[in-house]
Design a protein around this ligand. Structure first.
Ligand code: HEC
Ligand code: HEC
Length: 298
């Protein structure tokens, strides 16, 4: 190898011109940010999947200031000087050299791609219902964008409320203080009751905006289809898991459209009439049915 030619190339690779390269920044955003910061439901409207998106900033305004690198919202978030720290699904958060890359790039004026990207026709988003079944990977983005802000160990509330983490399939199925998802029984799943506002407070807690009808339909289809993992394997029913509903009686043994089973052991205090408010404490049966332990007027 001829050092006289190799050395300048090496210096160029380590120098600021390389660090300020959009393609390196784009690769980092793709790797750690665009799972959430892209598309129609990007948090705070911030899209990090194109140079234009980054420059457009969020609903709050620009996220970078080339004259004040340290004060840029984006830098403050990845350094944890503004909470919650990004990426929201961390730890791990960004490594020191990744943060340095972002800082150098902003200091260099946040340049865009060398060649302007060829205009591409927007691709229609894939239809998750196309194959007639919904798997976890097709709903994970809803939890990432709308729920894990609070329901994870990086929770802005300090700890995940009601012990409920929504940042992995395992955590969602495990539930928190109570069962949140009953595979095969969306109507009786507290997670659905919360996003539809049947249980108060409605989720996401920082809404509106609430989930769209399309997002709720997707979550319903996923749960009714057995809460399948990415490979299409349905989740086990959490037999014996505890549930609690505060809602409206819609039948003699039905709360907000979810039937439950009364047994001789069910304790009933002032039996709530149809159309009135009730509290039901129950557990999950073999088949995902709801077995009432205690029913009372509220
Ligand atoms: C798992 C989803 C997720 C990932 C991954 C993620 N974010 Fe975020 N991001 C959010 C959410 C949700 C918010 C809104 C938080 C809030 O309401 O305070 C947010 C807010 C932000 C904000 C604040 C915008 C403003 O107006 O103040 C910045 C900047 C940001 N993210 C940058 C990033 C960067 C850079 C990455 C990758 C290194 C990243 N995010 C990865 C979900 C995510
Ligand atoms: C801004 C924070 C925040 C966000 C975002 C959020 N939650 Fe919550 N969540 C809470 C709080 C606080 C509670 C406890 C409320 C109560 O019952 O007093 C809660 C409770 C719940 C419960 C009830 C748990 C139980 O055992 O009773 C479910 C289910 C739930 N959230 C689902 C979701 C879903 C699904 C999303 C996203 C679509 C979401 N949450 C987004 C803060 C949040």
């Amino acid at each position: 190898m001829n050092l006289r030619f190799a050395l300048p190339a090496l210096i160029a690779m380590c120098g600021p011109s390389q660090a300020a390269d959009w393609s390196a920044v784009e690769a980092l955003f793709q790797d750690r940010c665009t799972a959430c910061h892209s598309g129609e439901f990007a948090p705070l409207g911030l899209r990090l999947d194109s140079h234009e998106g980054v420059m457009a900033g969020s609903d709050n305004g620009p996220v970078l200031d080339t004259g004040d690198v340290a004060g840029s919202a984006l830098v403050m978030r990845v350094e944890g000087r503004a909470e919650p720290q990004m990426p929201l699904d961390g730890p791990p958060f960004l490594a020191a050299d990744e943060i340095a890359l972002l800082r150098d790039w902003i200091a260099a004026g946040a340049p865009g791609p060398a060649e302007p990207a060829a205009p591409r026709a927007p691709e229609p988003p894939p239809d998750p219902m196309a194959d007639g079944r919904i798997t976890y990977d097709e709903v994970a983005g809803i939890f990432a964008r709308a729920c894990i802000l609070c329901h994870s160990d990086n929770s802005k509330m300090g700890a995940p409320p009601e012990g409920l983490r929504l940042n992995s399939l395992k955590a969602i199925l495990a539930g928190g203080d109570r069962v949140a998802v009953i595979p095969g029984n969306a109507q009786a799943s507290e997670l659905i009751r919360r996003v539809e506002g049947l249980s108060e407070p409605r989720m996401p807690f920082n809404g509106p905006p609430w989930l769209t009808d399309g997002q709720v339909a997707l979550l319903r289809a996923w749960i009714d289809g057995g809460a399948m993992d990415a490979d299409g394997v349905p989740a086990p029913v959490p037999v014996g898991g505890r549930v609690r509903f505060r809602g409206t009686m819609t039948g003699p043994a039905e709360i907000d459209g979810a039937p439950f089973r009364l047994t001789p052991d069910t304790r009933i205090d002032d039996r709530p009439a149809i159309g009135t408010r009730a509290e039901l404490r129950a557990r999950v049966g073999q088949d995902g049915q709801i077995i009432a332990d205690r029913l009372r007027a509220r």
